[in-house]
Design a protein around this ligand. Structure first.
Ligand code: ZN
Length: 288
């Protein structure tokens, strides 16, 4: 069933778990995520990232995401990941997305607030919920190293007192916080500061905290993050890598001179992705 971000985060809060939020830049990932969620009977967030528009336009995959969410036997939120412009936010709201993230984390604070407030107004018209970000997660969702705070040393952690003001001024439903994670493939061992999450939760009366950039994070640290109050975990790079590895193995296994079929490769890639997603979902939901 299709639910809003706010509704799905309420379930997470009640169960003291984090809901996995997985990107769907192709049909294989969309099917793998929903199959995994239904097998484990866990709520799930499927999300289209604005920077993945080149892989598949949201006008193509968006309506499919909505249709599949409605048919699912578990609660599903259809969310925009890292919305960069308000026009794009409006575009996905028109498609029927039930959650949107406006990422103004690289903007000056006041500009971030002004844009997020507009996103909250726009989302309210369709009953959708809003996620925003404070602090810098280093590299952008695309994994490119050109974002503010590129490289681990220059990362800017979320300031809990600023988070308090930000939440009050904007009226958001979820806050992406920076506490030591990085997008993309990790370059150095992440050093996470869980007290940032605890402090943000304390100052914001328990606002659901979103964790981006789980790359290189151990299962143990994911569980600690959930215990500290993380209620949504964005996960994509490693499931995509699992699919790529399965694809490479399939191609390598085809005898020289024999044809390589894309559809067969895609099915194998999807199966590998599903197993990877299930393992992540179990960790986020505190299932052994
Ligand atoms: Zn992110």
């Amino acid at each position: 069933m299709l639910v809003t971000l706010k509704e799905i985060l309420k379930i997470a809060e009640e169960k003291k778990i984090a809901v996995g939020a997985f990107n769907t830049p192709n049909l294989e990932s969309l099917m793998a995520i929903l199959d995994a969620a239904e097998e484990l009977q866990l709520p799930v967030i499927i999300q289209a990232a604005q920077c993945h528009e080149g892989f598949v336009p949201v006008s193509v995959i968006g309506p499919v995401m909505i249709a599949r969410a409605k048919e699912a036997t578990v609660p599903v939120c259809v969310h925009l990941d890292h919305g960069e412009t308000l026009d794009y936010v409006q575009k996905v709201l028109d498609i029927g997305f039930t959650g949107v993230m406006f990422d103004g984390s690289t903007m000056p604070y006041e500009e971030n607030v002004a844009n997020v407030k507009k996103a909250v107004e726009m989302a309210a018209r369709t009953g959708a919920s809003v996620e925003a970000e404070l602090g810098s997660m280093g590299r952008r969702e695309s994994g490119a190293g050109d974002g503010a705070g590129a490289g681990d040393d220059t990362k800017i952690y979320t300031d809990p007192m600023q988070a308090k003001a930000f939440v009050q001024e904007t009226g958001i439903d979820a806050l992406a916080c920076s506490f030591g994670t990085t997008h993309g493939i990790y370059l150095t061992e992440p050093r996470l500061d869980f007290s940032v999450v605890e402090q943000v939760r304390k100052e914001t009366d328990g606002m659901p905290v979103v964790m981006h950039g789980g790359s290189g994070v151990s299962s143990e640290d994911f569980r600690k993050a959930v215990a500290a109050g993380v209620r949504k975990i964005n996960y994509f790079t490693y499931m995509d890598k699992a699919a790529g590895t399965a694809l490479a193995e399939y191609v390598a296994g085809v005898e020289t001179g024999m044809p390589v079929f894309f559809t067969e490769a895609a099915v194998k890639a999807g199966a590998a992705m599903k197993e990877n997603i299930k393992e992540a979902m179990k960790v986020f939901a505190n299932i052994d």
